[in-house]
Design a protein around this ligand. Structure first.
Ligand SMILES: N=c1c2ncn([C@@H]3O[C@H](COP(=O)(O)OP(=O)(O)OP(=O)(O)O)[C@@H](O)[C@H]3O)c2ncn1[C@@H]1O[C@H](COP(=O)(O)O)[C@@H](O)[C@H]1O
Length: 109
């Protein structure tokens, strides 16, 4: 796992015990899963809009910014539910070298 991702995951775990007055992540945990899912949905929409807007542009910085927001809020969601980036990376590693088309075909067998 990248250093940034593992460091961020560690901070997110610590923030489960932090005060909502001093930590944005703690404030999300305090508000609960529905609020976290609302943020993930918002950031997802903002990412899609940024992708559409930058498709013919050299400047993709808005897409990078919005995707970072989406990844961040997804990590908070996973952490809230007792999961972390490792769980997702393990699943991607399991799929590595497995063609998406072959995997899809194997589902209907
Ligand atoms: N990577 C991030 C990060 N990315 C985005 N954000 C926050 O996510 C929020 C994004 O929400 P919006 O843009 O929708 O802004 P908003 O309108 O204020 O949000 P709402 O009031 O609607 O909820 C902003 O408050 C951003 O500052 C983040 N907040 C924290 N982190 C990381 O999490 C760590 C812990 O943060 P705290 O818990 O705040 O200490 C930090 O050190 C960072 O590493």
């Amino acid at each position: 796992m990248s250093d940034t991702l593992s460091q961020l995951a560690a901070v997110l775990e610590q923030r489960k015990q932090a005060s909502a007055d001093t930590s944005y992540v703690a404030s999300l945990h305090a508000k609960g899963l529905n609020k976290i899912l609302e943020k993930v949905g918002e950031e997802c929409t903002e990412t899609l809009l940024a992708a559409k807007d930058c498709q013919h542009s050299e400047d993709k910085s808005d897409l990078v910014y919005e995707t970072a927001d989406l990844w961040f809020h997804s990590l908070v969601m996973l952490s809230h539910l007792g999961l972390g980036p490792d769980d997702i990376l393990k699943e991607l590693a399991r799929r590595f070298d497995l063609s998406g088309l072959e995997e899809k075909a194997s589902r209907s067998k």
